[in-house]
Design a protein around this ligand. Structure first.
Ligand code: OXD
Ligand code: MN
Length: 590
């Protein structure tokens, strides 16, 4: 075991270089087999990295507790190391590549002494997809190895796919926990080298290098060069009782319910309708021969936010995490099960909280960290789409942008065309969540939900989107949604979750040219009679009016915010988008 060396010399040479630098006690070459996984799970439990949960209640499930100083992505320590600062652009933290390599190599010198260095080969995307990418992650964390097996197509097949050609393209990822010290925590990307170095953290978003680092930051850079899109989007399928099927891709910022939306269960009267999941976080999309956009999910699992997940909010996620799941930073019950705020049923009388301390319902602290997570294989999802492994991907009928906004943004509206849609995505904003360190609940602009994930200059990214639109002869329609609008007392106006199907139905009907809408200054908005409101509980006609309203005072403020944002990106905002802003201003004035 641990002997699965790839044949590719470039991989061997690079691993050897990292070995010479970090001086591990031994090297473990992963093959991704079940035997290997069983062995490593045993090791992780023996070393206290994982706690084995009650196997009767949760077969194959484990709990990990991260260092309390290390529970979320660290955007301020996430660097894009392009040759010039201009290439990284105004929304990224930039650092000089040579200086950064030198600083990181200094930290990595001898960093794995006495530790095992794991080499994890993996594929992102369906194995036969032209978009599929091979990566290798070198790590000294067992938690990373075990999570990578859930989250990616990990193992020997990646080395087989790469082959022996010395110039075959692969991502080089190096991760070391070091001493998990926030002062020595850096997540660094070298897009030109297809390389990532992450040190000082054990939190998923910082260390599962396949995910945010490769599949978004590096991939977005490659996508711009190669003419495709790497996006922070879920992908879902909607099938009507007549068998008519559409796929939709939706971008929401972190912890805004992407996983819930991707696995939605429609209200009762949607008899015969089916929602299926392709992905819950990332979409790679390319233009097909028919001029449509086709999407694949590069991942193999879901790294979802746990608190608030219940049989009410997301039954399919609950079923997915019944087995073969790695939980991070949730509470441990006395019978060896897991618990979190917002789980169904009563809180336990006693538990061990995410920090490892005693917890009771009287405790002031939360039992589970607000950004506690599950990592579960997508194969566990009862509504996994049958085309999830298709090399060609699935055709996208609609793109949805959305944020968490207490005011201003209507429940749903449609962009007039692709260019207007790109504008809507470019200025989208959301109230911040616990998925990243920093203040929670502050409105920030998060273009296409890519603010923390775009690996190059955001102005060029907008330009790339506009270019893709020109090549699409059959483009998806673009929408904006907001499930989070509140009334004056701070209560949510929309029930969300399964009832979001009503909005999705309107979107699909728009794609089919069927549903009605009213043209407003900001886009086409359904009138109440255009939405399916059958059996909708708890939403009065007044609430519905408020949900669909365009409030001039709120939009005046919104426009000022959008202007301020574009001003902060000057001078690299595409003319077309400045034109869109001006048109919006004129429409609002009319
Ligand atoms: C995630 C995130 O983990 O966006 O998906 O933070
Ligand atoms: Mn995400």
């Amino acid at each position: 075991m641990g002997e699965n060396k790839p044949a590719n010399k470039a991989v061997l040479n690079w691993v050897h270089e990292v070995e010479s630098l970090t001086k591990p006690e031994n090297i473990f070459w992963c093959d991704g087999s079940k035997e290997e996984n069983d062995y490593l799970l045993g090791e992780a439990c023996r070393q206290g990295v994982l706690i084995k949960l009650n196997q009767e209640k949760r077969p194959g499930c484990y709990l990990h507790r991260s260092n309390p100083n290390d529970v979320a992505r660290v955007e301020q320590f996430t660097l894009i190391c392009t040759p010039t600062e201009e290439e990284a652009g105004p929304t990224n933290h930039w650092a000089d590549p040579a200086e950064t390599y030198s600083k990181l190599h200094g930290m990595l010198k001898g960093a794995m002494r006495g530790r095992t260095m794991f080499v994890v080969p993996y594929i992102m995307g369906p194995v036969e997809s032209p978009l599929a990418k091979v990566g290798y992650e070198i790590t000294d964390s067992l938690y990373v190895v075990l999570s990578m097996r859930v989250m990616t197509r990990m193992g020997a097949r990646a080395s087989e796919k790469l082959g022996e050609k010395p110039d075959a393209e692969f991502n080089r990822g190096v991760h070391s926990l070091l001493d998990v010290n926030p002062e020595r925590r850096w997540i660094c990307h070298f897009p030109q080298d297809n390389a990532i170095i992450s040190v000082g953290s054990g939190y998923g978003g910082n260390v599962l290098l396949s995910k945010k680092c490769l599949a978004l930051r590096i991939a977005s850079y490659l996508a711009q060069k190669q003419g495709w899109l790497a996006e922070h989007m879920l992908i879902l399928g909607v099938e009507s009782p007549k068998g008519e099927k559409h796929y939709v891709a939706a971008a929401f910022p972190s912890a805004c319910g992407k996983t819930n939306f991707a696995m939605l269960i429609p209200p009762k009267h949607y008899d015969g309708w089916k929602i299926t999941t392709i992905g819950d976080d990332i979409a790679w999309m390319q233009i097909g021969a028919d001029g449509r956009l086709y999407a694949v999910n590069p991942e193999n699992g879901y790294f979802g936010v746990v608190p608030g997940t219940s049989y009410k909010s997301n039954p399919n996620a609950m079923r997915s995490i019944e087995r073969d799941t790695i939980f991070t930073n949730v509470a441990l019950t006395d019978d060896g099960d897991v618990w979190w705020e917002g789980k169904d049923g009563e809180a336990p009388q006693h538990a061990i909280d995410w920090r490892g301390n005693d917890w009771t319902p009287a405790s002031k602290e939360k039992a589970a960290h607000p950004n506690s997570r599950f990592a579960t294989p997508m194969q566990n999802n009862p509504v996994l789409d049958p085309h999830v492994d298709d090399a060609a991907g699935v055709p996208i009928s609609a793109i949805i942008f959305g944020g968490r906004r207490s005011d201003t943004m209507p429940l749903v509206f449609r962009a007039f065309d692709w260019q207007h849609g790109v504008y809507i995505g470019a200025v989208m904003a959301s109230e911040t969540t616990a998925a990243a360190t920093g203040a929670v609940g502050k409105v920030r602009r998060d273009p296409m939900a890519m603010l923390p994930f775009c690996g190059y200059n955001i102005g060029d990214y907008f330009r790339h989107w506009l270019k893709i639109g020109k090549r699409l002869t059959n483009p998806p329609l673009i929408f904006h949604v907001n499930w989070f609008r509140k009334d004056a007392e701070g209560h949510y106006l929309w029930p969300g979750f399964g009832d979001n199907m009503r909005v999705l139905k309107w979107i699909i009907d728009r794609c089919e040219g069927r549903s009605g809408a009213q043209k407003t200054a900001v886009g086409c908005i359904p009138r109440p009679e255009d939405l399916d409101l059958e059996d909708l509980e708890g939403v009065s006609p007044e609430q519905l009016d408020k949900l669909l309203a365009v409030d001039p005072a709120e939009w005046e403020k919104e426009l000022a915010g959008e202007k301020e944002f574009f001003a902060s990106l000057a001078p690299n905002v595409p003319e077309e988008l400045l034109g869109q802003m001006q048109q919006l201003e004129e429409r609002l004035r009319r």
